[in-house]
Every structure is written in structure tokens, then in C-alpha cells.
Write a protein that binds this ligand. Structure first.
Ligand code: GAL
Length: 380
């Protein structure tokens, strides 16, 4: 509504300065990552944003009240980092609706217009706006609205990523119609961590709330289940496949949080997989949902353009080996997905054509523990 959506991938670097295993965010790190994105296929796969998360600011504003970058971490300033534009990339930045960011750096409260102008003058293309340290829910809502209007007033196209519903939820039901008027995507649930239990919890929350959140998603405004953690330490191969497949089914904005300079060929193949990304970015813009849950299997579908459906079968049973799930094609698309017949192609964990099926057929799918088989079903 307010801005045209530029939902493409986004490479995000979080400020994990407390971890020894992960690099401290710095200007040099952002530039190195941008170089890898431009030269190793990431940008061409659709990941076009380099996003700076919390902790980039100096502890105080400058004399004119403007936010300024930490002189040690970003000595040349954010405007210089925005030169990622010359590599065909875009720049994302982070701020907070309250007095302080979650990590205690200056927040945008009382400075919404000035900060929007500053970001725009630096050449920023995306703002992640966090919700820590806001005194009341009313101030939180006003702040999210105000910043949206302030970004629009700059005249620069800036994707607006919110955490409004996440911070409202414990006390208040979010009004998603309103949130979509102001935000391009919004976090509903806790931060993702590099672990299977985190991925599982996010999927469980999403299925539980699908009646409220699925219908609101569409071009211009998306539910954001948080970043892809594929390519780090915590997920097995099957779990990484599950995250990629399910983030595509959920029409999630694709932000990676990893170190692209040191990533396995398998993780790279998965994250750059064109067929999965095409499902994620499908122009119909409908979010998928869970159809049934049975014997620790979950069956999800996402309606796609061209009378097609993405279908995911997730095996939630963590013990034992691969198990078979058999389901009737009449379960898909309210019985219409395969009427009178359809072609079935497996997209993940490896691509393979399965051939044609009539609408009364059943499919039997073998799925590894915590893994997912992602199919694309097309009615001819
Ligand atoms: C959290 C937010 C995270 C991250 C962090 C930074 O509140 O949900 O995504 O940005 O703050 O301090």
C-alpha cells in the first residue's frame, strides 16, 4: 500500500559481537560480504540487500541530533557502506521505535522524521525497525505509524520491516489490516536461533495462528518468521531443507544470517536453489498453510500462480529413520489441485519429476526425521 514491495532476498548480518565464533560487525565485514554476494551468485539468485542489524551506532547523536555510526566499527560512515549500490546491491539499516535499541544504542523515539531523512540521505533502501524500550503500547503504535509516514516523505523507496505485532502480542491482538497499511513485513514471533528447536517452534506458532495471519499476507505486506540460519552450525541437512522449504511455503522474506565467506557447497546449493526461490517469490503472493497433521507428519500447501500448488510434507518424528506418508491428492486445493489430473515434481531435497497423477490417486512420500519433501503440483 504505502510503498511497492521489493520482496527479494536480503542478506542480514546480526550484531553477534559477543560470540567468538562469529565476526564482529564492521564496515570491512559488510564490504567483504557484499563482494561475495555480487561474485558468488547470491545477488543473481535474488538476495540483493546487505542489512546491518543492531549496534552500528555511536552511543550518542551528533550536535544536530542525527544518528551517527560508531567511529571504530564504521569509520567511513554508512554513506560509504551504501556504495554496495555499485555492486548492484541495496543497503538495509536498523533502528528502534523506542528510546533505545534492544542492545542499548540510541533509538529513534522523538526523532522519527530526522532519522528517516538521515537514512534516506545516506542511500539506505530498507529499515528494520525494532520495538524495544517503548513506554506504552500506544507510543509503540504511534511510532510505527510515524516512521512509515516519515520514510514515505523522504521520497526514497525504503522497505519498512516492522516488529510491531511481536511487541503488541502479549497484551493486545494486533490489527493486521492496519499493520499492513504501514509495514512491508512484520515479525510476529520470537527471534530465530541456529537450532532445530527454534525452527520447530516458529513453524508450530505459525500453524497455530494461521487463521489470523495467512489471509493478510500478500504483495506489499508479508509475515516475517525471521531469518534463514542455514549455513551455520545448528541445523542438520534435513533440518536445513525443512527451513528452506517451509520459508518458501510461508511466503517469508528471505533474509540470511550466516557467513557467506565460509559456507558449505550444500548450504549454498540450498540457499541459491532457483526452484525453491521461485516458489517463495511466486507472483500470486499467497501464503501457504497447514492442511493436516497426522502421525507426526504435517501436510502444508501454498497456492501458486498458473494453477499450481507447492506441497510440503514434514516429518516431525525425531527418532528412527525415514517414514512414508501417503495422502490422497483430493486433499490439495480443496480437491481441485489435481482435477482431473496433475503433474508432480519434487523440488527438495533433490529435484525429480514424478510424472502425472489422476485426481483420485494417492501419493506416497518418504521423509527423513525432521526433514521435508517439497513438491510442486501443476494441473495441466
Ligand atoms: C531483537 C530483534 C532481533 C535483533 C535484536 C538486536 O529484539 O527481534 O531481530 O534485531 O533485537 O538487538
Amino acid at each position: 500500500p504505502w510503498r511497492t514491495c521489493q520482496k527479494r532476498g536480503c542478506h542480514v548480518l546480526r550484531s553477534l559481537s559477543w560470540s567468538r565464533r562469529l565476526p564482529v560487525p564492521s564496515e570491512q565485514l559488510f564490504m567483504e560480504m557484499a563482494e561475495v554476494m555480487a561474485t558468488e551468485g547470491w545477488r543473481d539468485a535474488g538476495y540483493e540487500f546487505v542489512c546491518i542489524d543492531d549496534c552500528w551506532m555511536a552511543p550518542t547523536r551528533d550536535r544536530q541530533g542525527r544518528l551517527q555510526a560508531d567511529p571504530k566499527r564504521v569509520p567511513s560512515g554508512i554513506r560509504r557502506v551504501a556504495q554496495v549500490h555499485s555492486k548492484g546491491l541495496k543497503l538495509g539499516i536498523y533502528s528502534d521505535v523506542g528510546n533505545k535499541t534492544c542492545a542499548g544504542f540510541p533509538g529513534s523515539y522523538n526523532h522519527y522524521d530526522l532519522d528517516a531523512q538521515t537514512f534516506s540521505s545516506w542511500g539506505v533502501d530498507l529499515l528494520k525497525f525494532d520495538g524495544c524500550n517503548s513506554d506504552t503500547l500506544e507510543l509503540l503504535a504511534e511510532g510505527y505509524r510515524h516512521m512509515s509516514l516519515a520514510l514515505n516523505k523522504t521520497g526514497r523507496s525504503i522497505v519498512y520491516s516492522c516488529e510491531w505485532p511481536l511487541y503488541l502480542r502479549p497484551m493486545q491482538q494486533p490489527n493486521y489490516t492496519e499493520i499492513k497499511q504501514y509495514c512491508n513485513h512484520w515479525r510476529n514471533f520470537h527471534d530465530v536461533y541456529d537450532s532445530w528447536s527454534s525452527i520447530k517452534t516458529i513453524l508450530g506458532w505459525t500453524a497455530l495462528h494461521q487463521d489470523t495471519i495467512v489471509k493478510i499476507a500478500g504483495p506489499g505486506g508479508w509475515n516475517d518468521p525471521d531469518m534463514l540460519v542455514i549455513g551455520n552450525f545448528g541445523l542438520s541437512w534435513d533440518q536445513a531443507v525443512t527451513q528452506m522449504a517451509m520459508w518458501a511455503v510461508m511466503a517469508a522474506p528471505l533474509f540470511m544470517s550466516n557467513d557467506l565467506r565460509h559456507i558449505s557447497p550444500d548450504a549454498k546449493w540450498l540457499l541459491q536453489n532457483k526452484e525453491v526461490i521461485a516458489i517463495n517469490q511466486d507472483p500470486l503472493g499467497k501464503q501457504g498453510y497447514q492442511i493436516t497433521k497426522d502421525m507426526n507428519f504435517e501436510l502444508w500447501e501454498r497456492p501458486l500462480s498458473g494453477q499450481a500448488y507447492a506441497v510440503a510434507v514434514l516429518n516431525q518424528q525425531e527418532i528412527g529413520g525415514p517414514r512414508n506418508f501417503t495422502f490422497s491428492l483430493t486433499l490439495l486445493g480443496n480437491g481441485l489441485a489435481c482435477n482431473p489430473a496433475c503433474s508432480v515434481r519434487q523440488v527438495l531435497p533433490a529435484s525429480r519429476d514424478w510424472g502425472f497423477y489422476s485426481w483420485v490417486s494417492s501419493l506416497s512420500v518418504e521423509v527423513n526425521p525432521t526433514g521435508t519433501v517439497l513438491l510442486k503440483v501443476v494441473a495441466p
